[in-house]
Ligand binder design. Structure first.
Ligand code: MIC
Ligand code: SF4
Length: 645
């Protein structure tokens, strides 16, 4: 039987386990990326493991999320990361160099590579033909320290593309919005989306990266494209053709599922508040008036996209009631736009040019006004993520965003009088890596500098035999890690200070949670489907663990959050009978007994006693042998420490 592209790359990196779907596999990792908001914790954990130098061929520590520098906290984190990278053997991408995924695509991503990253949009590099998976910080720290990466071998879904996009106005963003409309944010855990079919060759490398980037919103493990002549053309233009190789699935490869998309049938689409899968044709919402438009983010800020935006804005004006913010994805993109005059067109149109970083995408400044509409070319529109709880965020393609900023209302650009000359793919990119620092040659002379906001990582006690605690929160479906552990300008500076960060846990969702948890000392959270979707931030596990969270009991869990819960010793329980969700109420006292003997690998059913209701209900605990060890130890850090002793 022929092999899928996914199977080929897993096979070439396998160091243990099995390639059979659903079984555990261990792989060696080629590239590890971190960003500042998750990276400080990752490098603190790497230090706690106690290995002197990173043991992967390429590690890159990016700074892109928190660039506000309201006081000493962010710059202290940046200096910690810079000195840690130099000492421990990672490249350091300085603030200003750009968003990790965009820069990584430009300078490091390679076809056939196995990459992990402490950011859920790590799959961007799948556009290059890499397997690139978002993970929690502790999983990355373990790999940096020389460990293999373990994962359940995913299913492979073939997304078969035919036809060609109706350019210029229908873009790669509309492809992924269509995939989200069909497959939704739920039910894709444990799957890799492998793109194929004749439509692939009609998409440029950066268009493919837009699609794999926002594939994160499906909750899938990752997404990948073949590597072909378009991949080569991009790598040549980046003067990196030496890493190119052709990668295709075998013609007789078998997939777990096939989804067909005719690119030629796609319209300009928009995701409505508050979920990336609430997708409709933009024409259905024509006339809605935004107060803000944002163009950029790791999804849509490559040079060809930004150049198109510049051309659309040329000799035109942003509507009086709209504020247009543009954050180009990298210094390379920014410099090229500046040199060819596109930034001048943007500035002249009235756009506000923001730094090259994540910015408004996670509410790091540029928050929209109360109750207003913000239209963004970004990938997430979760409630409150923009920094304004009452704002309503719509997601659509960057060229439509530019037209909307000019017209002052949602519209299909094809229904307007605006035209522009679409640019061709650049033959060469400007290469200037002066913000990308290689690791130090003489690490012994480098001192790692730690500011006062950098605290040690809290560690949980080993698993108790009996856990009794109240339910302090009962949530609905699709809880995001932005609900659990908000980012934004207030909370983000505390990513390396868990005691302070813990005050923000669930603060947007239920502002009493953190205080109630502290008072109770121990607690359970009950949730519904797709609990913990979104970001890779392990802080959504560490900070609740610090507040005494013992277990979540939910209908289903998102992949990265589940791994993070286990890494920090929190039991990820699922209702055996989803209907039991309705029988548990807030403040019910639940009790689990005999955990030491009953937690074994392969799937067990435990009985949860509801002491308040005087009845019991069954829950499932599916753990691999490794995960059983982690849960017993109180998490990965105490486990690793114990193994070293
Ligand atoms: C996001 O888009 O939600 C983030 C902010 O990039 C996160 C990482 C983080 O919380 O630091 C992600 O996607 O993993
Ligand atoms: Fe940054 Fe937004 Fe991309 Fe996350 S989704 S990496 S916050 S630009």
């Amino acid at each position: 039987m022929g092999k899928t592209l996914v199977q080929k790359i897993f096979e070439s990196h396998r160091v243990g386990g099995s390639l059979v779907t659903g079984e555990q596999i261990q792989v060696k990792v080629d590239q590890v990326i971190t960003q500042d908001a998750t990276g400080t914790m990752t490098y603190l954990e790497f230090e706690a493991i106690g290995v002197p130098r990173v043991k992967v061929p390429v590690a890159v520590s990016y700074v892109d999320h928190n660039l506000l520098q309201q006081d000493f906290k962010n710059p202290d984190d940046h200096i910690y990361l810079q000195t840690a990278a130099a000492k421990y053997g990672a490249y350091f991408s300085k603030p200003g160099n750009g968003i990790c995924h965009q820069v990584h695509l430009e300078r490091f991503a390679a076809p056939g590579a196995f990459q992990i990253g402490t950011d859920s949009h790590t799959p961007t590099a799948g556009g290059m033909g890499a397997i690139a998976i978002g993970v929690g910080g502790l999983d990355a720290a373990t790999v940096l320290a020389g460990g293999s990466f373990e994962i359940t071998m995913p299913k492979v879904v073939n997304i078969r593309l035919t036809g060609e996009l109706r350019r210029p106005w229908v873009t790669a963003m509309d492809v992924i919005l269509e995939v989200l409309r069909r497959l939704t944010v739920k039910g894709n855990v444990g799957k890799i989306m492998e793109y194929g079919g004749p439509g692939v060759r009609t998409l440029s490398l950066t268009e493919r990266a837009t699609i794999t980037n926002m594939g994160a919103e499906l909750g899938a493990t990752t997404s990948i494209f073949p590597s072909d002549e378009n991949t080569l053309a991009y790598l040549k233009a980046q003067k990196r053709e030496s890493v190119w190789k052709e990668l295709q699935p075998d013609p007789d490869a078998e997939y777990d599922d096939v989804v067909e998309i005719d690119l030629g049938s796609l319209d300009v689409l928009v995701a409505q508040p508050h979920s990336p899968d609430a997708v409709v044709p933009i024409r259905e919402l024509a006339g809605l008036k935004p107060a803000q438009v944002c163009i950029g983010s790791c999804t849509n800020s490559s040079y060809p996209v930004m150049q198109s935006v510049g051309r659309i804005l040329e000799d035109r004006s942003v509507a009086p009631h709209v504020s247009l913010g543009i954050n180009p994805g990298s210094k390379q993109v920014y410099e090229m736009l500046a040199r060819n005059g596109d930034t001048a067109s943007m500035i002249a149109s009235g756009a506000r040019l923001l730094e090259s970083g994540c910015g408004p995408c996670i509410g790091m400044g540029y928050a929209p006004a109360s109750d207003s509409i913000s239209v963004r070319s970004y990938n997430r529109n979760f409630p409150g993520r923009s920094g304004t709880k009452s704002a309503r965020v719509y997601l659509c393609n960057p060229l439509a965003c530019a037209v909307i900023a000019i017209k002052g209302e949602l519209c299909d650009p094809r229904d307007t009088d605006i035209t522009f000359e679409p640019p061709s793919e650049p033959k060469t990119y400007i290469i200037n890596d002066n913000l990308l620092l290689p690791p130090a040659d003489d690490p012994d002379t480098v001192e790692v500098i730690r500011g006062p906001n950098i605290k040690t990582v809290p560690v949980k006690e080993p698993l108790k035999d009996v856990v009794e605690a109240p339910v302090l929160l009962k949530t609905g479906d699709n809880i995001t890690t932005d609900d659990i552990m908000p980012a934004g300008a207030q909370a983000l500076p505390f990513r390396s200070n868990i005691p302070e960060l813990a005050k923000f846990v669930y603060s947007r969702y239920d502002e009493t949670f953190s205080d109630r948890a502290r008072q109770a000392g121990k607690c359970f959270i009950v949730g519904a489907d797709n609990y913990g979707q979104g970001s890779s931030r392990e802080h959504a596990a560490i900070a609740p663990m610090y507040l005494g969270l013992e277990a979540v009991i939910v209908k289903s869990l998102a992949r990265i959050h589940r791994a993070n819960l286990i890494n920090f010793g929190i039991l990820p329980l699922t209702f055996e009978n989803p209907a039991d969700y309705d029988t548990v109420d807030l403040n019910d006292v639940l009790c689990l007994r005999g955990l030491h003997s009953s937690i074994v690998s392969g799937g067990v059913v435990l009985s949860v006693e509801n002491k308040t209701k005087r009845k019991a209900f069954p829950v499932r605990l599916d753990l691999t042998p490794r995960e059983v060890e982690l849960i017993r130890s109180g998490g990965l850090l105490p486990h690793t420490k114990r193994e070293q002793e």
